[in-house]
Design a protein around this ligand. Structure first.
Ligand code: GLV
Ligand code: MN
Ligand code: MN
Length: 411
């Protein structure tokens, strides 16, 4: 039986080449939606796909696909991830899944393997949470009916989401209904760095992901009243930041009270931000995550209630909006077992572990059997410039991905 052989140097060269597309005057390797660096990176990627003999196409959501036809009339196997980053991100989050899928496609062809299914390398638009307060934008629009036309008017730095998506080659006016139906994709595989410490701590180099957390995230706007911080008595002030502080602590307390759950406020804007002025306006982004959806919904309801109490007690107006609601997913048993068996062929110590990060696979799972493979993150670091994975581990992950694609094709 023919087996794919990974060209590790070609993979590393591609990762390094993509990492060069970063935004000027930003920390780490920053490539945010809808920056020029992101647009140029995807043009480069499209050319790399075409050099590999893949036929490229953008869908209405701005997802980039590179496809090689299969020998039979079957739905395609998709493999991919994303190429945008967080502010101050690293070189591997998302890019490994896309460039790893590209290397897998080349390795399969180089080995003379003709898949029965078409193989599609996918780069989903804007996976990371944006200031438009939407995460996994491309896969959401592709796989769910949750895309709302009214989002298109949202502005960040004077740029509407409509314009941002048009600039990335999407056709946002066409969105609303899912772009794919169940059955139209045979399976989806996403290779990713773990972004946590478990693989390293357990001395394993691969994991089959057993589930992906659900996420609830919202923009919270608190409107109080600016006034003299010295001359205004405590019972007559409307301090938006004091209400926000209560909310921030509540996110932490509620998450701590639910084993396995997490929560954070990662973004905070404060006006007028003066040492002797009572804070009038606060915008924050709060999120909570859990694999247990009943627990997550209860946590979110607790937070909402506490936010209402904290703002009412201070005469501060509360506005909770632009919610992200991503439910937890688990791969179908057959696919999880197939991926775990492939991982164990490459590393007998391979684990089955859940993902605390959100991924495009969460949306793909709504329309197709979806599974993920993790490789270790040194020091458990991610969403930071220090993000690093040993080259041998990167190559092993891509080899496992290629083998999993072939195994699904032959199943
Ligand atoms: C994506 O990286 C997320 O988990 O927020
Ligand atoms: Mn990320
Ligand atoms: Mn990612």
């Amino acid at each position: 039986m023919l087996e794919p052989t990974i060209n590790a140097q070609r993979l590393l060269d591609d990762l390094e080449a993509l990492a060069q597309f970063t935004e000027p005057d930003t920390p780490g390797w920053t490539r945010r939606f809808p920056s020029d660096a992101y647009r140029r990176a995807r043009q480069w990627l499209r050319a790399r796909m075409e050099t590999a003999g893949l036929a490229t196409q953008l869908d209405n959501a701005g997802n980039l696909f590179g496809r090689r036809d299969g020998a039979a009339n079957m739905p395609p196997i998709h493999a991919g991830s994303h190429t945008d980053t967080v502010m101050g991100g690293g070189r591997y989050d998302g890019t490994l899944g896309v460039l790893g899928a590209l290397e897998a496609a080349r390795a399969i062809a180089d080995a003379g393997i003709r898949l029965r299914h078409p193989l599609v390398v996918a780069d989903h638009l804007s996976e990371e949470a944006t200031d438009y307060a939407i995460a996994c934008l491309g896969s959401l629009a592709m796989c769910t009916g949750h895309f709302r036309p009214e989002w298109l008017a949202r502005q960040v730095n004077g740029v509407t989401l409509r314009q941002a998506m048009l600039d990335m080659g999407a056709h946002p006016e066409e969105l609303g209904q899912p772009l794919v139906k169940p059955g139209e994709i045979a399976a989806f595989l996403e290779l990713h760095i773990e972004q946590g410490p478990v693989l390293e701590a357990r001395g394993a180099t691969l994991a089959a992901v057993s589930g992906i957390v659900g996420i609830r995230r919202a923009l919270v706007e608190l409107a109080g009243k600016a006034n003299h911080a010295g001359a205004t008595p405590m019972d007559l002030r409307h301090d938006a930041l004091a209400a926000a502080a209560r909310i921030i602590v509540a996110v932490e307390e509620i998450a701590r009270a639910h084993p396995g759950a997490v929560g954070a406020v990662g973004k905070l804007d404060l006006r007028p931000n003066q040492g002797n002025v009572i804070p009038a306006q606060v915008t924050l982004m709060a999120e909570m995550r859990s694999l247990d959806m009943a627990a997550l919904d209860a946590m979110w309801a607790d937070l909402l209630q506490l936010a209402q109490e904290a703002s009412a007690a201070r005469g501060v107006t509360l506005h909770f909006h632009n919610e992200t609601r991503l439910d937890s997913v688990t791969p179908p048993r057959w696919l999880h077992e197939l991926v775990l068996a492939v991982c164990r062929r490459h590393d007998p110590k391979a684990l089955a572990i859940p993902s605390g990060a959100g991924h495009d696979a969460s949306h793909l799972a709504l329309v197709t059997p979806a599974a993920m493979i993790f490789v270790p993150s040194v020091g458990g670091r991610s969403h930071a410039p220090e993000e690093y994975t040993d080259p041998a581990d990167l190559a092993r992950g891509v080899h496992a991905l290629a083998d999993a694609i072939v195994a699904i094709d032959r199943a």
